[in-house]
Design a protein around this ligand. Structure first.
Ligand code: GDP
Ligand code: CA
Length: 316
């Protein structure tokens, strides 16, 4: 059994590849919920939706987020009335948020997610990292910004100083996540090529997760979100530069290695474009692959390589 930790876009693409090569009982996809927020009275869970829509084959490939074949009548009408339009809500996507918000009165996020997945034909378990509230907040040169204001409203332009995950100390990892980490059949924990600070550290920072990782015998293997010293999408590289970290495998590893005494990662998959950056690294074990995923075929091919590599890596 494999655990995949995922944020939105980068996470969803590898999760889709893993789901294409593993049976539903052999894969658990644990998704970041630190980006969740309430907007216009609606509870929005962007990474859960990106992963669910992608696995359902319903993701909008042109936009890179949201649903395929989306229309925007609601947004246009809202704009006409002078409403808030900085966060784009497509007509179909709106149904997800309205139905989820209604159900949250007597169900938790993971139950709702499981039901939406079933209805959309997603067979592999998509599990929120927690059903408790965790909110990513970014400290910037223009002040403290809740994640969506930093990411969408300000388009990551303010200089990143630090990040915190409000409520994390009281959050409990989803029970299925903890059970999977303790499962003797666990073969690997894969960190998808998601944003390290905005998508993966919230998952890893929930109390109990690093303890469970320290005890598990399965290797922890990350896939780099960087190709040729650049992020494929989003602010990951900009943030590294603003934190004075090199956009190299060593820089990436440094974002995780404080989490466990002997370092978090046992294996790291980097892009072939970055192989000349690895000379001084003793651990983790490095594997180079073509990590760009532009199609389901790419995702599947990378997933196969990551699994093959993870099967050879030992827990250090
Ligand atoms: P978000 O929550 O939508 O921001 O998505 P994630 O945190 O899951 O992923 C964002 C990261 O995915 C960015 O840092 C990108 O560089 C990375 N990414 C996106 N597409 C690819 C890809 O095809 N290959 C690799 N290696 N990384 C990717
Ligand atoms: Ca996200």
């Amino acid at each position: 059994m494999i655990i995949a930790l995922a944020g939105g876009v980068g996470g969803a693409k590898l999760a889709q590849g893993l789901a294409a090569v593993l049976s539903p009982k052999d894969l658990k996809i644990i998704v970041n919920t630190g980006d969740d927020f309430t907007h216009m009275g609606l509870f929005i869970s962007p990474d859960i939706d990106t992963v669910t829509y992608t696995l359902a084959g319903l993701n909008n490939k042109e936009l890179g987020w949201g649903l395929t074949g989306e229309t925007w009548y609601f947004m246009d009408a809202l704009e006409r009335l002078g409403g808030d339009t900085w966060f784009r809500l497509g007509d179909q996507d709106l149904a997800t948020h309205i139905e989820r918000t209604k159900r949250l009165k007597d169900q938790n996020l993971s139950q709702i997610t499981a039901d939406f997945c079933q209805r959309l034909g997603v067979k592999h378990p998509v599990i929120p990292m927690t059903d408790d509230s965790v909110q990513t907040v970014v400290e910037t040169d223009i002040g403290t910004l809740p994640f969506q204001e930093y990411f969408v409203q300000h388009q990551c332009q303010p200089k990143f100083k630090s990040v915190r995950y409000e409520g994390i100390e009281k959050a409990r990892p989803h029970p299925e996540f903890l059970a999977a980490l303790a499962d003797p059949e666990l073969e690997a924990v894969i960190l998808c090529p998601s944003n390290p600070l905005l998508s993966l550290r919230p998952i890893l920072g929930i109390p109990g997760v690093t303890n469970a990782l320290a005890k598990c015998t399965a290797p922890i293997v990350a896939v780099s979100p960087f190709i040729g010293g650049k992020a494929v999408k989003g602010p990951a590289a900009k943030i590294m530069t603003e934190l004075n970290l090199p956009i190299t495998p060593a820089g990436l590893i440094s974002l995780y290695d404080d989490l466990l005494e002997d370092g978090l990662l046992d294996g790291l998959v980097i892009d072939t474009a970055d192989v000349d950056q690895t000379d001084k690294l003793e651990r983790p074990v490095i594997h180079a692959a073509n990590t760009l995923m532009n199609s389901l075929e790419d995702s599947k091919r990378l997933a196969e390589q990551v699994l093959e590599f993870a099967a050879k890596v030992k827990r250090s």
